[in-house]
Ligand binder design. Structure first.
Ligand SMILES: Cc1ncc(COP(=O)(O)O)c(C=O)c1O
Length: 376
């Protein structure tokens, strides 16, 4: 089976796995315990925090470890709302945000929420954002990279607008962390989240940064770990493994970017025989992560295409086109204004470090064959 679903998750890097085993056996102490065994875990934890803070260009004081991107999004938004810059009950979020953002916003009581769609390019309309802001707006939540089509949102512009209007800005960096150098952006946002398993680290670990000048109130009362940000014994081995994976992917990010650009071009080329049926949802190359391709093939349901590709030995995805268990269209298809029929056609192909040109071309040729047979 050839894997093309790296935006969903990645395999654990072998060196990160070694770090995980070593930290689990040698640094097993509870990082809050006061004896030396606990102290060793605490030292390892703080080294990881410092190392990740360096990679991210942030003050380590604002970095908290979580169980992943979903929890990071949840806790960051709760933290920002506990310390708004001004009174108000209006929030603006992207319509295509991850379900964890929609989840936390939809459970809030007393707030009104405006969801911003995408332009045809898969980008937020910054002018529309400006028009949507009211004197009541206290929070904007807009992701950096969309997980289904890979478009890169204009974080600098959004951050400037939020700053000018005295509004907190949370951004989900789960799909950009490790793939794009985010250091120039991390100082511009009030908070951002990231996840270990999208960068060849373990699942169930991630982090969130909250600008240390923000005096948030804890969501979980009485927590002692992570300075009261999150309860539960800290998963130091997973954090150490995530840090090792982050160092590695960070070091390779530029060469990976170039490689994914070439693979994207090769994949597009291979689809040429069925070009009339293929619709790629993408921005111009400066605002597009090359490793995620979100597309539709007219007249062919994405779920059927995914199953056919699976039968031929390729693991692709429908994104969350039919959000598993929900059977509702992906938020990105709503954000792009697609009809229900078009939404059902959506598929996602995403590349990772083991993807090579030969496999990409094979996948493209297989899709062409499937489409030709179907159309016949
Ligand atoms: C953009 C985005 N945010 C958040 C998440 C959730 O991350 P995690 O699985 O670590 O909770 C994902 C993962 O699918 C994602 O793609």
């Amino acid at each position: 089976m050839i894997y093309f679903d790296f935006a969903a998750t990645t395999p654990l890097d072998s060196e990160a796995a070694e770090v995980f085993v070593q930290a689990s056996t040698e640094y097993f102490g509870n990082s809050s315990s006061l004896h030396d065994i606990g102290g060793q875990s605490q030292d390892l934890l703080e080294n990881c925090r410092q190392e990740l803070a360096n990679l991210l260009g942030i003050n380590q004081k604002g970095l908290y470890f979580t169980s992943g991107g979903s929890e990071g999004n949840f806790l960051a938004i709760e933290a920002l709302l506990s310390a708004p810059k001004k009174p108000g009950k209006h929030i603006i979020a992207g319509l295509a945000e991850h379900s964890s953002i929609h989840g936390v916003l939809n459970r809030l009581e007393g707030y009104s929420i405006t969801f911003l769609p995408f332009k045809a390019s898969g980008l937020i309309d910054v002018e529309e954002l400006k028009r949507t802001i009211t004197s009541e707006t206290v929070l904007v939540a807009i992701q950096h990279v969309n997980s289904e089509i890979g478009t890169i949102q204009p974080i600098e512009d959004i951050a400037r607008i939020c700053r000018e209007n005295n509004i907190h800005f949370h951004s989900d960096f789960v799909q950009s962390f490790g793939k794009i150098d985010v250091r120039s952006l991390t100082q511009l946002v009030s908070s951002f989240s990231f996840s270990g398993h999208k960068i060849y680290g373990p699942k169930g670990v991630g982090g969130v940064y909250i600008d240390p000048t923000i005096s948030w109130r804890p969501f979980f009362p009485g927590s002692s770990h992570e300075k009261g940000f999150r309860p539960g014994t800290v998963n130091v081995p997973a954090i150490a493994a995530m840090t090792a994976a982050a160092q590695k992917i960070h070091g390779n990010s530029e060469q990976n970017y170039v490689k994914y650009l070439e693979l994207r071009t090769a994949f597009m080329e291979s689809l040429k025989p069925i070009n009339e049926f293929v619709h790629i949802h993408q921005a111009d190359s400066a605002s597009q992560l090359p490793s995620i391709i979100g597309l539709r093939i007219s007249g062919i349901e994405g779920q059927w295409m995914m199953l056919e590709c699976n039968r031929y030995g390729f693991a692709i995805s429908t994104g969350s086109a039919c959000q598993i268990g929900l059977q509702s269209p992906a938020k990105v298809t709503q954000a792009l204004g697609l009809s229900p029929q078009e939404a059902k056609e959506f598929i996602r192909i995403s590349f990772g470090t083991s993807t090579n040109r030969e496999d990409v071309v094979k996948l493209g040729e297989t899709i062409v064959d499937i489409v030709k047979k179907f159309k016949r």
